[in-house]
Design a protein around this ligand. Structure first.
Ligand code: CUO
Length: 669
């Protein structure tokens, strides 16, 4: 499939590979030269494949080419790790290209994309390489299956340049009879799903090279990034008059939330399976997938995890005890529950979270009698579409919280920054309003052409409707009477003001709903300082045009970067939807002492756009504090509400989120 580039050097559209015929798949060998001349016209760059570039791919080739691929499946994980290993061991770029081209038509395409992406992210010589956006390569994981017929028609009938975008309907997976459907714009958001896929690409649970898994505070970030997803989802539910998510803490109860994804897998040439309302989990025994997992085993893993928290220590395979301390405890727990290959005792603590995804993903065909594959919850690129994702992850978060509530609360002294006071906080919208956020709908386009394998080729655009907000600037007044210049870490969060019953929230509830908005370092001169920060600068998000690269028209697009920088919450989802009457939240600012928070490392030239959620490539997590600080623990005695929790270096501003139901075009107008 020459239209799906294996590599795209900067600024080039396509790469064509000159492959000696004997290295082509057997059935193409006799027509090798014809294929090469036919597709050769499309390429800007030609690469020669040499004899020295033929890898051994016997193991990864064991995965059927037409099988749906998922990282949550242990067998797929192992086969993908073997393929990544092949790509990691190529001695230079030339050999890597050759390996990739050889493997491309011989292994499962999704696994190929995954393994090559992991290798490109981790090889020192490929760091600056661009790859197509994932949605462009696998549009079928993100786009209503009906759109593909229309795209095919557009590509066949209409000349390039005159084609119209295929409009993806606004909410097509369910009707208003299903209350959960109110959250369609969050669960089915393109940027959110890409972020989640990308996060798991950077932080794989397993790899044949342990250094790919062993990243600074990996387990803690697993906890924190997913905790933040839950806090954000809870705020969105509240905006839509829905109660908090019920944790999936009993695997034996029926699951009321069904999900019918209406996605096709183009690779597997099958529809993604659905889950009926009130499905009941069953033991799974699928020989072909090499999975044999029963519910009691899952329950045992979960109980042992909880037991470690309650005892304050975990045990290694020899029975030796290791304390779950304030600094590293959460990191171990993250790796134990995920479970990653950094888990200190996989036989004992098992693999609760990954297998949670898996057991849910086979509820429709636990013993494979219907020859159905896993459902959307079983793939990191599609799992966030399904309401049950949030039920599983609410339980996961509740488990981690059991550890956090056992840690000593931060003392007032630990929270204070002597000599520093935050005296005012104001939010200024581009439309002139203050202390409000405004949301609306916007339509944006994505080019699907790289993921379509029909001719004639050329651009075909899908037009999505997604949430958007009016850009804003935060203004913060900070007084420094310490008598010297100081550096502060400015930590910005936001949480709902009222609980489900309309009462002012208590700290113990509100702290878990604090969504991180941004975090940055500020230079504080003696006296009054005014800090300004734009919404586009947030350290949890990637810029809008990294999700949707073409703002105006289908013409003239450029390849966006795809690397660590591709991981991050989509900026268009920074602000919860709010309500038409106005949804009230509390915007929280804390300036902590940067001397205590700083990590000494050089970040020159390295993308750190969304460091809070994604970390920074080859670097330490850029904040020494516990992730989620100061809300990761219970409050000190007497601080029952946010108001009583405050120290002079903190400030709260009440804000209102107003939603306007208008739909803006791709230019935002
Ligand atoms: Cu990201 Cu459950 O870990 O999906």
């Amino acid at each position: 499939r020459p239209g799906e580039p294996v590599f795209t050097p900067k600024g080039k559209n396509n790469t064509v590979f000159q492959i000696p015929s004997r290295f082509l798949e057997e059935r193409y060998q006799s027509i090798g030269s014809e294929i090469q001349s036919r597709f050769g016209e499309e390429g800007d760059v030609t690469v020669q494949v040499r004899d020295s570039g033929i890898p051994d791919i016997t193991i990864p080739a064991q995965l059927e080419k037409q099988e749906n691929f998922s990282l949550f499946m242990p067998r797929h994980q192992k086969l993908a790790a073997a393929l990544t290993d092949v790509f990691m061991k190529a001695k230079d770029i030339e050999q890597l290209q050759s390996y990739a081209v050889y493997a491309r038509d011989r292994v499962n395409a999704q696994m190929f994309n995954y393994s090559l992406s992991v290798a490109i992210l981790h090889r020192p010589d490929t760091k600056d390489l661009d790859l197509p956006l994932f949605v462009e390569t696998f549009p079928s994981k993100f786009i209503d299956s009906r759109s593909f017929g229309r795209a095919r028609e557009e590509a066949n009938v209409v000349r390039q340049g005159m084609r119209r975008p295929i409009i993806i309907p606004r909410d097509y997976t369910a009707s208003d009879l299903d209350p959960e459907h109110r959250l369609w714009y969050f669960r089915e958001d393109l940027g959110i799903n890409i972020h989640h896929w990308h996060w798991h690409l950077i932080y794989p649970s397993e790899s044949s090279d342990i250094n790919i898994v062993r990243k600074d505070r990996r387990g803690e970030l697993f906890y924190y990034m997913h905790q933040q997803i839950m806090a954000r989802y809870t705020a969105e539910r509240s905006c839509n008059n829905l109660p908090r998510v019920k944790p999936l803490n009993s695997l034996r109860d029926p699951i009321p939330e069904g999900y019918f994804p209406k996605l096709d897998s183009l690779i597997a040439s099958r529809s993604w399976p659905a889950r009926q309302d009130n499905s009941v989990l069953k033991n799974i025994n699928r020989t072909l997938d090499q999975i044999n997992l029963d519910i009691p085993t899952m329950e045992r893993w979960r109980a042992r995890f909880l037991e470690a928290i309650q005892q304050g220590f975990y045990i290694d395979p020899r029975g030796q005890r290791f304390p779950l301390d304030e600094v590293t405890g959460i990191d171990h727990l993250g790796n134990m529950l995920d479970a990653s290959s950094l888990s200190p005792n996989p036989d004992y603590y098992g693999n609760y979270h990954n297998m949670g995804h898996t057991i849910l993903s086979f509820v429709h065909d636990p013993d494979h009698r219907h020859l159905e594959s896993f459902s959307t919850i079983g793939d990191s690129a599609t799992s966030m579409r399904d309401p049950v994702f949030y039920r599983l992850h609410q339980d996961v978060d509740d488990l981690f919280n059991e550890h956090k509530i056992r840690l000593p609360p931060y003392t007032a002294q630990q929270l204070t920054f002597p000599g520093i006071q935050v005296t005012a906080v104001g939010i200024q919208l581009e439309n002139g309003r203050t202390n409000q956020f405004h949301t609306f709908w916007q339509q944006s386009d994505v080019n699907m052409s790289k993921g379509m394998d029909f001719l004639p080729r050329g651009d075909v655009f899908a037009r999505f409707t997604h949430l958007q907000h009016i850009p804003f600037t935060i203004n913060i007044q900070v007084n420094n009477d310490s008598g010297a210049q100081r550096f502060g870490m400015v930590r910005l969060f936001m949480a709902p003001k009222f609980d489900d019953r309309g009462q002012q929230m208590l700290f113990r509830d509100q702290r878990r709903l604090m969504i991180e908005m941004d975090k940055f370092v500020a230079n504080l001169r003696p006296g009054q300082n005014t800090l300004r920060r734009r919404s586009a600068e947030s350290t949890i998000t990637v810029p809008f045009d990294r999700t949707f690269r073409n703002l105006d028209s289908p013409a003239g697009t450029t390849d966006a970067q795809f690397n660590y920088c591709g991981c991050g919450w989509p900026n268009h989802m920074l602000i919860p939807k709010g309500t038409t009457q106005g949804y009230r939240m509390e915007y929280f600012v804390m300036v902590s002492n940067y001397e205590l928070d700083r990590i000494n490392q050089d970040l020159g030239g390295i993308c750190s756009d969304a460091a809070s959620f994604c970390g920074i490539r080859d670097r330490l997590y850029p904040d020494k504090r516990a992730m989620g600080f100061p809300f990761d623990r219970l409050a000190r005695q007497g601080a029952d509400t946010l108001a009583s929790f405050m120290t002079p270096n903190m400030r709260v501003q009440e804000v209102t989120i107003i939603h306007n139901d208008r739909v803006a075009g791709p230019t935002g107008q």
